[in-house]
Design a protein around this ligand. Structure first.
Ligand code: SF4
Length: 374
């Protein structure tokens, strides 16, 4: 039987220290390895040149640094948008999208392979849930992105009017899966990415997006790290929301907004509402009015509104009758909200030609590789 090797990306610093202890190594070796992984972004024990050769060899044979295998990389926007398809142990695949700008670099990370939530407009929802990712598999996506950013900055920095960012500035958990359905592992990944001794990403530079799992929102409100919360709304009434997002039958709008209100009261943090615009389904001016009324009812007149609405032009996926809202309808929807003094932006699109919305690359991968079970 094959022995399961410890995967270093799954370990906290204290777990690495325990591993070193079991190998009769001093604790400072764990700190060296941790630094190599999360600061120097090393993914090969041979490159950990501050370790003795014997320890590097043992790491190479008796542990694994990571679990993800890069299956495919697609680029767009002159190489500044990069979408990776990773194979996981057990044959599932996940996607990670990196967007590099002159002043920032954002990576969109998956927390599950597939998703059980079944939103009708989402390519990932059509896959169903395959499995939860481990904390290491979540963290590794950020480490991959950080290596890519460094590489791009080194290769292209000199030749551009505005040099690209040279490190990850934002992590958004908006890729495949529902983070709150894999809460413990996802949160372990958040803590590891935040760890000042390692990757050292500020909590305010991380955002989690939920389909609206109320227990997750309530749990997040109790956490010490102030990461940002985005809630997927996508409809201004229960009937439509239930048709688009089956989760609404379990946590209808009133319950979801009550949890969001409590979250704001406890944390004093602003919440974003995500709203995918679908032609003729949820994008009329009347529905914008309904949405405004829904959000306004939640905020007493003199209280500043700690909400923000992010309108998302939908990326069409094959096999659905849904359509993408025309630009003029998107802008009209935005105007209604702004007239009601609700902060509202339209998400800038990146990577449309490489199917950058979550689950889309897997869809095309499946069509090309029918033997891959996803
Ligand atoms: S939109 Fe998010 S929660 Fe809904 S099916 Fe897709 S991945 Fe799951």
């Amino acid at each position: 039987m094959t022995k399961t090797l410890p995967v270093l990306s799954n370990a906290t610093l204290s777990e690495l220290t325990e591993l070193m202890h079991s190998w009769d190594q001093p604790a400072f070796r764990a700190r060296q390895i941790y630094r190599q992984l999360y600061v120097n972004l090393v993914d090969d024990p041979d490159a950990m040149t501050d370790l003795p050769l014997a320890l590097r060899q043992r790491l190479a044979t008796e542990a694994r640094i990571d679990s993800l295998r890069l299956e495919r990389l697609q680029t767009a926007d002159d190489g500044m948008t990069r979408k990776a398809l990773f194979a996981l142990p057990g044959n599932a695949v996940v996607e990670t999208v990196l967007m590099i700008y002159p002043d920032r670099a954002t990576v969109c990370i998956s927390t599950q392979a597939g998703c059980a939530m079944g939103c009708v407009f989402c390519a990932t929802g059509k896959l169903g849930l395959l499995r939860n990712l481990s904390s290491g598999e979540i963290v590794e996506q950020a480490l991959w992105a950080a290596r890519e950013v460094r590489k791009v900055a080194a290769e292209q920095g000199g030749g551009r009017e505005a040099a690209p960012a040279h490190q990850i500035t934002n992590v958004v958990f908006m890729g495949m899966g529902e983070p709150f359905a894999n809460y413990d592992r996802w949160w372990a990944a958040v803590e590891r990415l935040h760890d000042p001794q390692g990757f050292n990403l500020g909590a305010r530079h991380m955002t989690v997006s939920t389909v609206g799992l109320v227990p997750g929102i309530r749990r997040l409100a109790q956490e010490q790290l102030p990461i940002n919360l985005a809630v997927s709304l996508h409809a201004p009434d229960d009937a439509l929301r239930s048709a688009l997002m089956p989760v609404n039958r379990r946590y209808p709008l009133a319950e979801l907004l009550a949890a969001t209100r409590d979250y704001i009261a406890r944390t004093r943090r602003r919440v974003s509402f995500e709203y995918v615009l679908l032609q003729g389904r949820n994008d009329s001016p009347e529905q914008a009015q309904q949405l405004a009324a829904l959000l306004r009812q939640d905020a007493p007149a003199r209280q500043p509104l700690l909400y923000h609405v992010n309108l998302i032009p939908w990326n069409p996926i094959p096999g659905t009758p849904l359509g993408r809202s025309e630009r003029k309808r998107v802008l009209a929807f935005q105007q209604v909200l702004q007239d009601q003094h609700i902060p509202c932006t339209v998400r800038v699109e990146r990577g449309v030609e490489i199917a950058a919305a979550c689950g889309q690359l897997i869809g095309s991968h499946q069509r090309e590789h029918a033997h891959v079970r996803v």
